[in-house]
Design a protein around this ligand. Sequence first.
Ligand code: UDP
Length: 413
Amino acid sequence: MLDLVDVGERSVDSYRGVAPDQLLEQLREVSRKLQGARVLHLNATPYGGGVSELLRSIVPLLNDLGLKAEWRIVTGNQSFFEVTKAIHNGLQGGLLDVSPAQQTAYLETSRVNARAFSGEYDFVFIHDPQPAGILAFRDKEAARWIWRCHIDTSCPNRQIWSFLRPFIARFDAAIFTLPDFIPPDFPLSRIEIIAPAIDPQSPKNLPLPEPIARQLLEWIGVRTQRPLVTQVSRFDPWKDPLGVIHAYRLARAKIPELQLALVGSLALDDPGGWDIYRGIEAEVEGDPLIHVFTNLVGVGNIEVNAFQTLSAVTIQKSLREGFGLVVSESLWKGTPVVAGRTGGIPMQMPEGVGGILVDTVEECAEGIVTLVSDRERAKALGASGRDRVREHFLIPRLVRDELALMSRLAAGD
Ligand code: UDP
């Protein structure tokens, strides 16, 4: 059996007064025809990164709505995750191909996971490329299979896309975050566009009283009396951590007491993260105003909440991005964001809402200085961002959209 991930219980009613009422009604309505439907969500890691964040909320909510949902993960060794990382990078336009030996490693692990796949489902959601090979080695049986792509696949590396494409062709439907992300020559006609969302009830996003947020950050060595900017991200070249450090140093030339925190997690399916982490450590060594924290030293959801709550500005200087949950997380706390104009980020912060979009290190530095210095503007941007998140990017909306898709697939539409 594929490993099951434990999730808690959640109640749709607990979102009353937080998410728009109308949305909660739609959620109940659309789930009515799906009572008892068996749903599997399958991905590669139970923590670290946006997908695990989403599943921890979606799965218990589906159960509360009367479906029978499970979250399982595929297993793989280091070489499998090296290949899937290469596929991930290639799908986002990276130049490196996957070698024949790597292709074999992907196929072998997919075969092992297909053998471990048991249980009967009505809907199987496969997240990203890691579990996508399974369907080549087993029957769909009665289930509808949906490939949920979380990354920017608008200009994939050709070789990598032609390797993955036949696996995707076996699915019944695909979900992308933006229409632009649909790769050329996509083999399925059934495509849905559904943006991710954040859970306002999760420990990461609950309102955190300021004294507690301060205590949490002081505890790990951040001086909360000084202005702070933070980037929360996996250690990944697309998140441009070195660009963040350069932008911060330019900004510090104007605001000498400014601190930077880089908060990153090292995930199971991300072997390259360690190299990036070491590169960052080397870059910031001896700089007392730059803090680097990881999940491995116990900086978890509640600390991320504290960082997003107390930072003057958060940074998300992505060069490529799927959605960028951290942007909505920060805006939900009223904290404006200086972010790369890429992927799902502009959808969360259209011009004049939520923060400042940037294309370069210099613009990023300028954005930081502007918002750290002009607190009124920062506050107004943060407030408009929070309104936007409430309207479009809270988890009940995401669950509603996925239920609507299941309902249409079940009806044969
Ligand atoms: N995250 C975290 N701790 C970290 C780094 C990231 O909890 O040290 C979380 C972050 O809060 C967000 C998710 O991981 O919920 C990252 O999702 P995003 O969509 O921003 O990027 P992805 O990692 O999926 O590319």
